[in-house]
Design a protein around this ligand. Structure first.
Ligand SMILES: Nc1ncnc2c1ncn2[C@@H]1O[C@H](COP(=O)(O)OP(=O)(O)O)[C@@H](O)[C@H]1O
Ligand SMILES: [Mg+2]
Length: 306
C-alpha cells in the first residue's frame, strides 16, 4: 500500500480556554490515499471545518499528529489547493486578474494561455473579464475552484462547495471535481449531503460531535452495519406466512402496505410474488428501497442527518 497523502493520528482540537472551552475534535484518526475523492460527512458542528483548518495549518491541534503529503501542515502549502469562501473573491478584480493574483500568492506566474485553459476548463471563458460580483453563485463557485487549482496542487480541499447552489449548478461543480480527480489529484470535501457523498466520494468518514463514527465506501459502510432493504407492497397477506419467506428479517403493516425488511430482496421478491399468486391475490403496487448512508447515519448516531 502507498503511504497516505493525508495522515491524521488521534487529533484533538478545540476553541477557547477555561470554562469557555469547546472540544471540536476528539482523537480523530483517518488516512486518505493519493488519488481519492474523500468525503467528510456530518451535520453542522460535527468538526469538519476544524479538521480542514488543522490540515491547512490554520488551526493547531491540542493533541495528536497529522501530515499532509508527508510533511507537517505548515510546510505543505505547495501541495495544497484550498477553496476560498465567496467573500474572499475581491470585488474589483476580474476573473482573469483573480487567477493571476491568487497564483502569485503561491509564487506561480500564469501565462495568458494557462489562464485561458483554466477558465475554459471551469466553464468561465465568457466570464474572463467579469468581476466576481457579476457572476451567478455557480460561476463564483467554479471560479473559486479554478483559483484552488491555479498552483497545480496535488491535494484540493473544499469546505461544503455546493451548499448554497441549486441542483443544476451543483451537478456542474461535481463534474468539475470529477475532472480534477481524473487528473490524479486527491480531493477532500466536506458535506452534510448524503446525496453528494454518494454521488462523488469513493470513501467517506461519517463524523459526528468531533468523532469518526465510520469510514469506508458508502456501500461498505451500509453493508457493514447489516442494514436491510425495505420492500413495500400494496397487498393483504397473512403476516406469519410472509415472515417465513426467504431473507425476510421483519414484517409489519403500515396503512394499506405490507412493509418487509429483507437482507436479500432478490430472494424475497419472487417468493412474495409466488405467495400472492398462490393466495389468489395481486400486488397492485410495490417499491424497493436499498439502505442508504442516511440509514447508516441514523443507525450510528440515533439521529437523522438532516
Ligand atoms: N471560532 C470558534 N470558536 C468557538 N467555537 C467554535 C469555533 N469554530 C467552531 N467552533 C465549535 O467547534 C465545533 C465544530 O465546529 P466546525 O468545525 O465548524 O463544525 P462543522 O464544520 O462540521 O459544522 C462546534 O461545536 C462549533 O460550535
Ligand atoms: Mg463547517
Amino acid at each position: 500500500m502507498t503511504a497516505p497523502i493525508l495522515d491524521i493520528e488521534a487529533v484533538s482540537a478545540g476553541y477557547g480556554s477555561g470554562s469557555r472551552q469547546v472540544t471540536a475534535l476528539r482523537e480523530v484518526s483517518l488516512q486518505v490515499q493519493p488519488g481519492e475523492i474523500f468525503g467528510l460527512l456530518g451535520p453542522n458542528g460535527a468538526g469538519k471545518t476544524t479538521l480542514l483548518a488543522c490540515l491547512q495549518g490554520l488551526h493547531t491541534p491540542t493533541g495528536g499528529r497529522l501530515t499532509v503529503a508527508g510533511r507537517p501542515p505548515r510546510e505543505a502549502k505547495g501541495a495544497l489547493g484550498v477553496q476560498l469562501q465567496k467573500t474572499a473573491l475581491l470585488d474589483d478584480l476580474s476573473a482573469t486578474e483573480l487567477l493571476e493574483v491568487y497564483a502569485a500568492l503561491y509564487d506561480v506566474r500564469l501565462t495568458g494561455e494557462q489562464i485561458d485553459t483554466l477558465l475554459e476548463r471551469f466553464g468561465l471563458s465568457e466570464q474572463r473579464n467579469k468581476f466576481a460580483r457579476q457572476m451567478s453563485g455557480g460561476q463564483q463557485q467554479r471560479l473559486a475552484l479554478a483559483i484552488a487549482v491555479a498552483n497545480d496542487p496535488q491535494i484540493v480541499m473544499l469546505d461544503e462547495p455546493t451548499a448554497a447552489l441549486d441542483p443544476h449548478a451543483r451537478r456542474d461543480v461535481w463534474d468539475v471535481l470529477r475532472g480534477l480527480h481524473e487528473d490524479g489529484r486527491t480531493i477532500l470535501i466536506t458535506t452534510h449531503s448524503m446525496e453528494e457523498a454518494e454521488a462523488l466520494c469513493g470513501r467517506v468518514a461519517i463524523i459526528d460531535q468531533g468523532q469518526i463514527m465510520a469510514v469506508g465506501s458508502p456501500a461498505t459502510i451500509v453493508a457493514g452495519l447489516g442494514l436491510h432493504a425495505t420492500l413495500k407492497a400494496a397487498i393483504d397477506l397473512p403476516l406469519e406466512t410472509v415472515r417465513g419467506l426467504p431473507a425476510v428479517t421483519s414484517v409489519r403493516y403500515t396503512g394499506q402496505h405490507l412493509e418487509i425488511q429483507s437482507s436479500s430482496p432478490q430472494s424475497t421478491l419472487p417468493a412474495l410474488h409466488a405467495l400472492a399468486t398462490q393466495q389468489g391475490k395481486v400486488i397492485t403496487e410495490i417499491s424497493l428501497r436499498q439502505p442508504s448512508l442516511e440509514d447508516a447515519f441514523l443507525a450510528l448516531t440515533g439521529r437523522s442527518l438532516n
